[in-house]
Design a protein around this ligand. Structure first.
Ligand code: NAI
Ligand code: MG
Length: 354
């Protein structure tokens, strides 16, 4: 039975990079005997909003909720529609309604990609950032009192549930245990945030007992960000709350080069709902329509999707093809100093898939 993938291209360069991602996925599926069926959807885009006055149809959950995964380009067209309507009307709904409590991003220095960090070569930087994606600091509990007066004040609460903290830690420990280094780092700030962060630390310690083979440590978020830049080779799996994970999952990929190659997964590990795989970048209105966007973030997201589905050899074949294409330095998009267009780059990666 083929995997059923819902494909949503969205806005801007999403529409340009998704076809290249599909090209490479189809090649990897063919070469590794994986049966995949793609269903394309036009919602979660400005075009759809213009026609229907909303970002998604009423029955969007029935349309895509039974698929094995969602392959997503990018959403957002600020010149036409404010981001809080477009993103909250689509992507954020997926994350919440499909309980995608893991946000997963690799931080990996690829061959042929200049790192902004000095003296680093491929192999030196290779770790994962695991971000809690549903609770923590990003709650809507709080309020504003006495607006506009001298007495004005605002409060916003952090929510950490035992279930919510334990399930993200379990995912991170499982991931660490599956890797050769078996090393987990927890982001904390229990010296300043004196109630929730000590609780987080406590749950890390409790979870660690179930993973005797995993070495673990913790850093306060301030020094941890410094160490991402100074000692990226120290890390293997880094887990953080929603806010800390958000910061780390942008900082990490920034340490390894262009945003155009960074992939991500919004994952519901139990598979009760489909997970979303998407590049880290947005719709890039400044370069949209020119055919010059780097498709590698989208393509690599496809590899993460195959990995999530359990198709490891096909996933690895895509990552290797990306490494070879970047390493040969012949076909590179403008953000990497080349002059290849989106399609040429996508075709080059597809041809490298073994
Ligand atoms: P952006 O990621 O779209 O672009 C930032 C900069 O990086 C731009 O200069 C762009 O040209 C460049 N860039 C991005 N992807 C590239 C690629 N594949 N190849 C070459 N260059 C690339 O972020 P921005 O401009 O802040 O947001 C634009 C829209 O996208 C907004 O509506 C924003 O809300 C939305 N957005 C959506 C995301 C999503 O769908 N997950 C994530 C981030 C932003
Ligand atoms: Mg962010």
């Amino acid at each position: 039975k083929p995997y059923r993938i819902a494909v949503i291209a969205g806005d801007g360069i999403g529409k340009e990079v998704v076809p290249e991602g599909l090209r490479v996925l189809e090649m990897a599926a063919k070469k590794h005997g994986v049966a995949v069926h793609f269903d394309q959807f036009d919602f979660a885009s400005w075009d759809y909003y213009e026609k229907h006055g909303e970002m998604m149809p009423e029955d969007w959950k029935e349309k895509i909720g039974k698929h094995d995964a969602i392959y997503f380009g990018a959403v957002g067209w600020p010149a036409k529609i404010p981001d809080h309507i477009s993103l909250w009307g689509s992507l954020i709904k997926f994350r919440r309604e499909f309980d995608q409590y893991v946000n997963l991003r690799p931080v990996r220095l690829m061959p042929g990609v200049p790192s902004p960090l000095a003296n680093r070569k491929p192999g030196d930087i290779d770790f994962w950032v695991v971000r809690e994606n549903t609770e923590g600091e990003y709650s809507s509990v709080g309020g504003r009192m006495f607006p506009g007066t001298e007495r004005e004040f605002v409060i916003q609460e952090t929510i950490m549930t035992r279930t919510g903290v334990d399930r993200i830690l379990k995912f991170a420990f499982d991931l660490a245990q599956s890797r050769p280094k078996k090393h987990l780092t927890s982001a904390t700030k229990s010296n300043g945030i004196s109630i929730t962060m000590p609780y987080w630390d406590e749950r890390v310690e409790a979870m660690a007992k179930a993973y005797p083979k995993v070495k673990w440590d913790k850093y306060h978020i301030d020094i941890l960000t410094a160490n991402f830049v100074l000692h990226p080779d120290w890390f293997d799996v880094v887990v953080g709350s929603n806010l800390f994970g958000d910061i780390l999952s942008d900082l990490g990929p920034a340490c390894t080069g262009t945003i155009g190659i960074a992939p991500s997964g919004n994952i519901n590990p139990e598979g009760n709902f489909p997970s979303v795989f998407e590049p880290v970048h947005g719709s890039a209105p400044d370069i949209a329509g020119q055919g010059i966007a780097n498709p590698i973030g989208m393509i690599w997201s496809g590899a993460m999707m195959l990995e999530h589905l359990g198709e490891k050899p096909a996933a690895a074949a895509i990552v290797t093809a990306i490494e070879r294409t970047l390493g040969e330095r012949t076909l590179r998009t403008r953000d990497l100093g080349g002059n290849a267009d989106t399609t040429a780059c996508g075709k080059a990666v597809a041809e490298m898939v073994e």
